[in-house]
Write a protein that binds this ligand. Structure first.
Ligand SMILES: [Zn+2]
Length: 262
């Protein structure tokens, strides 16, 4: 094993720590660069040695050093999840100019998931630049996940046409669902799916929507059956679409080939 995998994993943890700042501050309309992190309960600034991804959480046993207030399990979860995704991106897509863009896409899906879980909103500051970056990078360097074979060498580029088609299909399809469901689907989902389409092309829109709806229905029905939640309980759709898009990113090619063998 080379040094690149563990280095990228640690980089993923550090970026994950920054994503936690984004997840906490973006929906509250606060700056993500200043001030430095503080305990949300007692406002004490967090010392650098108490701010090491995952490790500090374990050493502090999930409590603020100053006031003893519990630190959300979301923090180490986001860090570990992001690091695991970085590892997977490297293993699936290899090293190249596309790498930082695919890593950014994976991180954006993590941020969207946790903000939507907490606030039932998918912020434009992520999806709108995401659509532009997706369109530009898919035209020149982003590998098509559906061309993914056994080696990263066989990858072909998504391409401009496929990216534009994906953008319009993702946005259009979810705009239609929003209209038909009369507010059951938010504008954030529309822009998020335009972004997914821009990054991965039109096939990814269908597969992401399918996986998102399937997993969302399973979780929704389970909540109704086991927790007695009513039909009217709002479950954010963003986390399921994010899950669907990441499964599409890593396994889209295999899923399509497996499907067409039947
Ligand atoms: Zn505190």
């Amino acid at each position: 094993m080379s040094y690149i995998e563990p280095a990228l994993f640690i980089f993923g943890l550090i970026v994950g720590s920054f994503l936690n700042v984004c997840i906490h501050r973006i929906p509250r309309g606060k700056s993500i660069v200043s001030p430095s992190s503080a305990c949300p309960a007692c406002n004490t600034p967090i010392k650098p040695w108490d701010n090491i991804p995952v490790l500090s959480y374990i050493i502090l046993r999930g409590k603020c050093r100053k006031c003893g207030e519990g630190i959300s399990i979301h923090y180490p979860t986001v860090e570990l999840l992001n690091a695991a995704l970085y590892w997977s991106v490297l293993n699936s897509f290899g090293i190249g100019w596309h790498l930082p863009v695919v890593l950014a896409f994976a991180s954006a899906m993590v941020v969207i998931t946790f903000i939507d879980l907490d606030f039932q909103v998918i912020p434009d500051v992520i999806t709108l630049p995401g659509i532009i970056i997706g369109l530009i990078s898919a035209s020149f360097l982003l590998p098509d996940p559906f061309s993914l074979q056994t080696s990263a060498l066989s990858l072909s580029i998504v391409g401009f046409k496929n990216s534009v088609t994906g953008l319009l299909l993702g946005g259009g399809l979810f705009y239609l669902i929003a209209v038909l469901s009369r507010g059951g689907m938010g504008g954030g989902d529309i822009k998020m799916m335009a972004m997914v389409g821009a990054f991965m092309g039109w096939k990814a829109v269908f597969l992401t929507t399918f996986i998102g709806s399937l997993t969302g229905s399973i979780v929704g029905i389970s909540l109704m059956v086991f927790k007695g939640k009513g039909r009217k309980t709002k479950i954010p759709f963003g986390p399921f679409l994010a899950l669907g898009s990441l499964i599409t990113l890593f396994f889209g090619g295999e899923i399509i080939r497996w499907y067409f063998t039947f």
